[in-house]
Design a protein around this ligand. Structure first.
Ligand code: AMP
Length: 118
């Protein structure tokens, strides 16, 4: 999609630190990491976010969790675990409107994520 920063990262127009790529997926390091490991996984085929999915588009996600697992293993997160975050919509903190999953790990993480809201 024209003017989409993550489409441009996936096609190499904008540089990134790539950690994984296959025919349908691209993963790279977040520019403002929230933890020692902070990878963004994006589909090469643009979709704004989960709310824009339909049955047809969802077929692209058949291997989504297997790709997440592959990256987590590659990043050494198998033992420590990791958090998978998909901010969906502006009010939920989404700032880039090309679906992306944050794969975050390498440090202890508490739950709930926003204890001050309790
Ligand atoms: P979100 O707020 O969930 O939409 O996440 C967008 C993420 O993209 C943020 O964590 C940003 O730090 C990250 N980000 C934005 N631009 C870039 C970029 N050019 N390279 C790597 N990460 C980026």
């Amino acid at each position: 999609m024209d003017d989409c920063i993550f489409c441009k990262i996936a096609n190499g127009e904008i540089p990134s630190t790539k950690v994984y790529e296959d025919e349908n997926w691209f993963a790279f390091r977040d520019i403002e990491p929230a933890a020692p490991v902070h990878v963004l996984l994006i589909p090469k085929k643009h979709v704004d976010n989960i709310l824009a999915f339909d049955e047809e588009y969802n077929k692209n996600f058949a291997d989504f969790f297997l790709v997440v697992k592959k990256i987590a293993e590659q990043e050494g997160l198998k033992e420590s675990g990791f958090r998978l975050v998909m901010n969906t919509g502006e009010k939920a903190g989404q700032s880039v409107f090309h679906f992306h999953a944050h794969i975050i790990g390498g440090k202890e993480m508490g739950w709930p994520p926003f204890p001050e809201d309790k």
